[in-house]
Design a protein. Structure first.
Length: 588
């Protein structure tokens, strides 16, 4: 083993360790590793920076603009209601989501559809947890039907081009992707549906844990609640919320102590009362006389004639992660006041402004009516949705966006122009047609995701140049005597494991050179194992942090980590078996 290979192995191990700690964004971690390999002369600067000139990176950026225009115009606004109707068909919802995600990047698809699912569940008094995770998984399955379904596919195509092969055509993975998606949707609507946790109906149970927010109020000095018991004050029997605990100080310098809440507990001036409840009841608590929100001044500044309440999910790469609302100056920065926070499995309590935020936290924000439009596509939030969301204001432009998307797919499929040129023309058309503004277009681009793609491609080049990819290929080649189907199985399992440890794009960029090396030595079609890697990197179902769409629905659905593992395992097994069985027949 060469020195470069040892250095690359050490760098890769460091990346896994740092990403596992979940303290820094993937783009930063991968970029630091790539920089170290450049300084160690493992890879030359030019190929290391090749990802930043990659057409794959530019293509996915352009497609994000198109997806942003579709969201802004409400092009697919009725998808959820038509799919679910009144009987709540998981099969129809998953099928429709997978079909849509075949041609629109799946992250903006979930950002658009998830709030609609939540509102539909509210209206029909059913548990939203029955729908959000299957919908996220279905969007991932749809992403492997065509090359434009997810950024990972474009990374694989770009690495193929860099190795001297032809790029993947838009429908080249469809012969395998379509049966995999159909099988996956069937698993989700049968076995997967039974494995999902059942939540209590939203409108009938105050013990619902799916999306409960936590907020703290202070008992006003001289107010009507001072000296009254919890029961007499009407804080025991609340509709949709409950008083979880009270913090009390005996003096200005004394440490607060928690008091268990009993019906006869007498309230004192300055008591910090921590409530837990659903979003609508949390809003109503601000009207209780004698209770003052600790963020009252901020809320007063944010409220206005056109103000509304929004749910904002903290993104995994958000600058808010690890910071508190106070440290980032949330109201001044985002133009809204956080009224409450939801974090599954934890009782936050205390002053919300001092709580370090985590990826997946759901913030209940009071802001002006433009809050959603300003921050809907910002990298700090995976999802922004109004509790009483209004129809998009540019619905008249929906036809324009629809026509552009159809034309884009048709032109790209014919090969008359490259996928990059077609995507660039489509993005430009949505802006020129007035479907999306320049500022909105910029916000629609997932900058961190695009940057991660660029760095991951460079890191893959570095791993290949170091010789580590060839060594990994040699390990896989040892099972050649057991048949090509087993080679494919080992390749996809290795990619799935790597994607859970790193990121989807990094796993693809690192494993494609391995697959190409195996293909060359065993005399296989290089596209066989490249496409195998594509499916392994794109199909991430085992954890909420394995894929952006999973994290987006985790807080809204009240899911726990084990929920994803339980439902995702049979789905992952289905993908492994089908790709191992069918890929050699289709591509070799």
């Amino acid at each position: 083993m060469s020195l470069d290979s040892w250095i690359a192995r050490a760098g890769l191990g460091g990346v896994v360790g740092v990403l596992g700690a979940d303290r820094y964004p993937p783009a930063l971690v991968l970029g630091a590793a790539l920089t170290a390999l450049v300084f160690a002369d493992v890879v030359e600067p030019s190929p290391a920076l090749g990802g930043f000139s990659s057409t794959a990176v530019a293509t996915i950026a352009a497609l994000y603009v198109v997806a942003g225009a579709a969201t802004a115009t409400g092009l697919f606004g009725g998808l959820v209601d038509r799919a679910l109707r009144r009987d709540g068909s998981v099969l129809a919802l998953c099928g429709g989501t997978a079909a849509l995600s075949s041609f629109i990047p799946n992250t903006p698809v979930i950002a658009m559809a998830a709030p609609q699912v939540v509102r539909w569940a509210d209206r029909n008094s059913v548990s939203v947890s029955r729908f959000l995770m299957p919908m996220s998984f279905a969007s991932i399955l749809g992403g492997v039907v065509t090359i434009i379904g997810t950024s990972t596919n474009l990374v694989v195509s770009d690495v193929l081009v860099a190795s001297g092969e032809e790029p993947l055509r838009i429908f080249e993975i469809s012969p395998l992707g379509v049966p995999v998606a159909i099988a996956g949707v069937i698993v989700l609507s049968t076995v997967g549906r039974r494995l999902l946790p059942e939540r209590s109906p939203i409108t009938t149970s105050i013990e619902r844990r799916a999306r409960q927010f936590q907020i703290a109020f202070v008992v006003d000095a001289g107010g009507p609640l001072v000296g009254r018991s919890v029961e007499d004050a009407g804080l025991r029997e609340l509709n949709g919320a409950y008083l979880s605990f009270i913090e009390r100080r005996r003096g200005p310098q004394s440490a607060p102590r928690s008091i268990a809440v009993r019906p006869d507990t007498v309230l004192e001036s300055g008591d910090l009362c921590c409530f837990v409840g659903d979003a609508s009841r949390i809003v109503d608590l601000h009207d209780v006389e004698g209770l003052r929100s600790i963020a009252e001044e901020q809320i007063g500044l944010a409220a206005g004639a056109d103000s509304g309440v929004f749910e904002a999910v903290v993104a995994p790469l958000s600058s808010l992660v690890g910071e508190s609302l106070r440290s980032v100056g949330f109201r001044g920065r985002f133009g809204g006041a956080v009224m409450a926070i939801h974090r599954e499995g934890e009782d936050l309590g205390g002053q919300l402004g001092r709580i370090p935020l985590r990826a997946g936290d759901v913030l209940l924000v009071l802001a002006d009516g433009g809050f959603e439009a300003r921050w809907r596509n910002d990298r700090d939030f995976s999802l922004v949705a109004g509790l009483d969301q209004q129809a998009p204001v540019r619905r008249s432009k929906a036809f324009v966006v629809g026509a552009i998307i159809v034309a884009f797919i048709a032109v790209a499929a014919t090969g008359a122009v490259s996928l990059f040129e077609a995507a660039l023309a489509a993005a430009s058309g949505t802006i020129a047609g007035g479907a999306i503004g320049v500022t909105e277009a910029r916000r629609a681009i997932d900058v961190n995701g695009v940057l991660t793609m660029a760095v991951a491609i460079g890191l893959g080049e570095a791993i290949s140049a170091s010789g580590l990819a060839a060594e990994a290929a040699g390990v896989i080649e040892r099972i050649d005597g057991l048949g090509v189907h087993l080679v494919v199985a080992v390749t996809i399992v290795s990619t799935i494991v790597l994607s859970e440890l790193l990121t989807n794009t990094a796993a693809a960029a690192l494993m494609v050179p391995v697959g190409l090396g195996v293909s060359a030595d065993l005399g296989l079609d290089p596209r066989l194992l490249a496409i195998t890697v594509l499916f392994g990197a794109s199909c991430s179902f085992l954890s909420p942090v394995g894929y952006q769409t999973n994290l987006m629905v985790a807080g809204l659905g009240g899911y726990r980590f084990r929920d994803f593992s339980r439902v995702g395992f049979p789905l992952t097994l289905t993908v492994i078996v089908m790709v191992s069985a069918l890929a050699p027949l289709i591509y070799d």
